[in-house]
Design a binder for this molecule. Structure first.
Ligand code: ADP
Length: 473
């Protein structure tokens, strides 16, 4: 097979294009903090929307009682019932029901969709056992995680901006999401109140905060990516005179849309973006999240295959967008067999490239490594950007208490809740992210920053917010 040198050149260019030395990561950190500032200064001031959530108080751990959550974010929805015992007790998930949304309802009418959901909720409530009926004047309370873009009006209401992920119900755009559900529930005779309407990252933050009050931000790195954090109300310039009980508010960054000229962009990224249904949109997400990493790797292998015959004849599969999924990248990357059996198997089964010699398999592993390493390090820079914005990056921001002695700044313990399949299931991604955090922050400051994996913020977290926003609390 020939063209080995040309292939190495492609790899070298990829490595150069994806390079994230710590100096560059710090530029990304600064750009993130600057964009956050701009997004808070005015509506449309940045690619970061910095959406207000009107959530001023996060769960403290003192919440008590039985609460419900509804998680609607794609083709499935879930209903949960959880029991909280106060005193940061462990959370008991009493029951959960998961159902697909019938295809035809995704493009029907608001009433039909919400009647279906309300009926499922009612069935769920009616089959419950050993749950005391709410006493006079009390109602069942629900946290609603709605993972579509909506503009929040209060912590329990918001209007739909647009549908995504295959949903298209035109008469719903501009309408209040909670009210639609509330009306459907009364049509079905279900006495339940939506006490919190949230985005899934906010649920993750709530869950993190329930267990650990030093949790200040939450990041999701799964199919897509997003982050939210707790901001001082007076830093939210675009909403002057904001009254909050706590002096702060959770801000949903929509960070997938972050962009900066400091991001290391390659021709593969440019092409992926141009071929996507949303060009010029979600630029950060397209470099980081699980939806895209596999396809970046596919594009590199295709290029190598076009430039040489180290992969034999060009497989037509290499032209199929998204055929190589991110879990496969992880499996190849983490293949520790001496002959890279798993790499050979995936190349064969998915891309129909057979009898790939060991040195070419190693090359494929290297490509996975480069693409994943860049993603994880950029995610780390994004997280440090948030910390910088709130003065928790150790560079002397306002929340750092001055220590009694020599005037040096003391760094507060700071927790960031992280969830999502890419972070939890892909060990190398997690390790690269953690390593970059330490490189950017330095050992000292990094020792005060804890990245904590959470699970099911969009379900459990919503029920916690229903509790902390309960009429009776
Ligand atoms: P969501 O689709 O709501 O983001 P998850 O947080 O579970 O759901 O993330 C799923 C995504 O995580 C998948 O689309 C995939 O990209 C990524 N993922 C799942 N498992 C793995 C894995 N073993 N290795 C790498 N990435 C994975």
């Amino acid at each position: 097979r020939s063209g080995w040198r040309r292939v190495l050149r492609v790899l070298e260019e990829l490595e150069e294009g994806c390079a994230t030395p710590v100096g560059r990561l710090r530029q990304v950190v600064d750009a993130m903090a600057v964009e956050m500032h701009a997004g808070l200064a005015s509506e449309g001031g940045s690619k970061l929307k910095m959406l207000l959530t009107f959530i001023h108080n996060l769960p403290t751990g003192n919440e008590k009682g039985i609460y419900y959550a509804l998680d609607l974010g794609g083709t499935n929805f879930r209903v949960l019932r959880v029991k909280l015992g106060g005193e940061r007790s462990s959370i008991t998930e009493l029951d959960v029901d998961r159902k697909p949304i019938p295809q035809h309802l995704m493009t029907s009418t608001t009433e039909e969709l919400f009647d279906f959901i309300a009926t499922s909720l009612k069935d769920f409530v009616e089959k419950e056992e050993n749950v005391p009926e709410p006493s006079q004047g009390e109602r069942r309370e629900l946290g609603f995680t709605f993972s579509f873009p909506f503009k929040q009006i209060s912590s329990s209401s918001g209007t739909l901006i647009k549908w995504t992920k295959g949903f298209s119900i035109e008469d719903m755009v501009g309408r209040d999401v909670s009210q639609c559900l509330q009306e459907a529930m009364s049509r079905k005779g279900l006495d339940m109140r939506v006490t919190a309407l949230i985005n899934d990252t906010v649920g993750t933050l709530a869950l993190g905060h329930y267990h650990d009050e030093d949790t200040v931000a939450a990041v999701i790195i799964g199919t897509g990516t997003n982050a939210c954090y707790l901001e001082r109300a007076d830093a939210i310039i675009k909403c002057q005179g904001l009254l909050t009980t706590s002096g702060s508010m959770v801000v949903n960054m929509e960070w997938g849309n972050f962009w900066s000229s400091h991001l290391p962009r390659t021709s593969y990224d440019v092409d992926l973006d141009a071929d996507s249904p949303n060009p010029n949109d979600q630029g950060f997400e397209k470099m980081i999240s699980g939806m895209y990493l596999g396809d970046i790797v596919r594009r590199v292998i295709l290029r190598m295959s076009l430039e040489s015959d180290v992969f034999g004849l060009i497989s037509s599969k290499l032209h199929v967008p998204f055929i190589l999924r991110t879990p496969m990248i992880a499996a190849m990357h983490e293949d520790d067999s001496p002959n890279l059996e798993e790499v050979g198997r995936i190349l064969q089964d998915t891309l129909e490239i057979s009898e790939v010699p060991l040195n070419v398999r190693k090359l494929v592993v290297k490509v996975c490594d480069v693409v994943t390493c860049r993603a994880a390090r950029l995610a780390a820079a994004g997280i440090v950007g948030i910390l910088k914005k709130i003065g928790r990056d150790g560079s002397g921001g306002i929340t750092n208490a001055k220590s009694k002695g020599g005037g040096s700044m003391k760094m507060k313990r700071t927790v960031v809740a992280v969830e999502g399949g890419l972070y939890t299931n892909y060990t190398m991604f997690r390790e690269y992210l953690n390593e970059a955090m330490v490189q950017i922050l330095g050992d000292d400051v990094a020792s005060h920053v804890i990245i904590k994996a959470t699970e099911d913020g969009s379900g459990i977290g919503a029920s916690l917010l229903a509790a902390s926003h309960s009429a009776s609390s």
